[in-house]
Design a protein around this ligand. Structure first.
Ligand code: UN1
Length: 481
């Protein structure tokens, strides 16, 4: 989409700050207005297209994502840093979501129910909402937008998408793919830039819904504005996810679980494991084994095959992590690994932070409570299952959670008692599957779930229809009893 003015921003490779990927327009309010009015105009025909026909286009988008997977994975790695084996997975999630959304267009089921009167039929079905504003983060530049955009389109809505200013290139390719798949002009629009473009989108009266993934601070502001303007709003915000390990667990598995959960994507997932809660009997030994394994994690440019952990997204985020580690030390935290940025070798020009572990972390410490969004793991000790769950729940967020145990009773108690939208048994806190409800409780969300069939709840309204074929005025119970 053309921009009406000259302001731009640079897209910088986080693994090498000298590598400027490109410049992107800082969309102005005029640009946002243009995008919304295109989306509003396109809604008239797109919303009336038979849903399975919309599905054909989404299926084609899935095919093109598949065709461009390798190329796009490398572009995404250069743009946001995570290793190629992770960006390939990111795109796979969009492929799965595209095919799921395509099939769902033949299954946008409504309900029928018997009428309380003779010769009358009661039906209900889903209708689209209108122009949807989608605002997402940079850590899953293709997967997370796909969770929102593809179901929104399947349901007959049109979209204005504002990606993070740290991943505009991936968003541009997302748009290219939808265009090639045959999305009509105006149905999908991208605006680029920071909070200015984002808030213009939220404020626009013709935008009927905001779908947001990002920080809790921004999400709450969006929710307030959407509340005041009576817009639908679905939020996916922060997490402070805990992995519990009981003494009866398969400890090797639990170790692999926490290494992946805490240091995969350099800890930059809303589902990342940032707290490890160990039962006292295994505490010392597990920590020793964890340090040994985490020491060997290979940092570097995600385009290199040997890299296991990439950089963090930008210097601001690097500073934020440094700030949390400083606070942790000031509060008496014991750092047993990392605790510093990595500036040696191929990491010299990037935003690298070493895998970091603090032990004996207590509930009053800041790193126990606040989301860091980096490779920093806090370890705490629990005396029992009940204590472990109490520690896990002592948190303002409620996205993901995990318990490793060999005891079936403990597993079921954890399923019942852990306060989170997602609980894994004998698996890490990361790795949600695209066709299952995704989201959190408490400070993480506002009651909606993306992923699978639940995304279609977000992007539709219900229309209820009564057909009276009695030929006479039949009064319903409200006027008849
Ligand atoms: C996010 O970090 O915003 O479950 C989403 C996972 C990923 C999604 C993370 N599939 O770890």
């Amino acid at each position: 989409m053309p921009t009406s003015h000259e302001l731009t921003f640079e897209n910088i490779n986080p693994a090498d700050r000298d590598d400027i990927i490109g410049t992107f327009p800082l969309s102005s309010i005029d640009d946002v207005n243009l995008a919304v009015s295109s989306a509003k105009q396109a809604y008239v025909t797109w919303s009336k297209m038979p849903a399975p026909k919309r599905g054909d286009i989404l299926r084609k988008a899935g095919d093109i994502f598949t065709r461009r997977k390798d190329e796009l994975a490398r572009i995404m790695t250069r743009e946001m840093g995570k290793p190629v084996f992770e960006t390939l997975g990111d795109i796979q999630e969009a492929i799965d979501t595209a095919y799921y959304a395509a099939t769902e267009t033949r299954r946008l089921f409504g309900y029928t129910a018997p009428s309380e009167m003779e010769n009358k039929m009661n039906l209900s079905f889903r209708t689209p909402i209108g122009v949807c504003g989608i605002i997402t983060a940079w850590n899953f530049p293709i997967a997370v937008p796909s969770w929102k955009i593809l179901p929104a389109l399947a349901c007959g809505n049109t979209v204005v998408f504002k990606p993070s200013e740290d991943s505009p290139h991936s968003a541009q390719i997302f748009a290219e793919i939808l265009e090639e798949a045959g999305i009509p002009k105006g149905v999908f629009n991208v605006i680029y830039g920071d909070g200015l473009a984002g808030s213009a989108l939220v404020e626009h009266p013709d935008v009927k819904l905001i779908g947001f993934t990002g920080s809790t601070i921004t999400g709450k502001k969006i929710a307030e504005r959407c509340g005041a303007m009576n817009k639908r709003c679905s939020l996916e915000m922060g997490g402070k996810n805990a992995q519990i390990v009981m003494a009866d667990a398969n400890l090797d598995l639990a170790l692999d679980g926490v290494l992946w959960g805490a240091f995969g994507t350099a800890g930059q997932r809303c589902t990342a494991t940032s707290r490890l809660i160990l039962q006292a009997d295994i505490y010392d030994q597990f920590i020793n084994d964890l340090i040994t394994k985490a020491t060997n994690i290979k940092l570097g440019n995600g385009l290199n095959e040997s890299t296991q952990m990439g950089p963090v997204i930008n210097t601001k985020q690097l500073d934020k992590i440094k700030g949390y580690v400083k606070i942790a030390r000031e509060e008496g935290g014991i750092c047993v690994l990392g605790g510093d940025e990595e500036i040696s070798g191929e990491c010299a020009k990037g935003n690298f932070y070493k895998p970091t572990i603090f032990i004996d972390v207590t509930e009053d410490m800041t790193i126990f409570k606040e989301e860091i969004f980096g490779p920093v793991l806090s370890v705490s000790k629990a005396t029992s299952l009940e204590h472990a769950i109490e520690l896990a729940n002592n948190c303002e967020y409620g996205l993901s959670s995990s318990i490793f145990t060999g005891n079936v009773d403990a597993a079921f108690r954890a399923i019942r008692d852990i306060e989170a939208g997602i609980t894994y048994i004998n698996a890490p806190t990361i790795g949600a599957e695209a066709h299952m409800p995704f989201g959190g409780i408490k400070g993480t969300g506002n009651g909606h779930r993306e992923g699978g069939w639940t995304a279609f709840e977000i992007f539709t309204e219900w229309k209820t229809v009564y057909v009276d074929y009695s030929g006479s005025l039949q009064r319903a119970q409200i006027d008849n009893y």
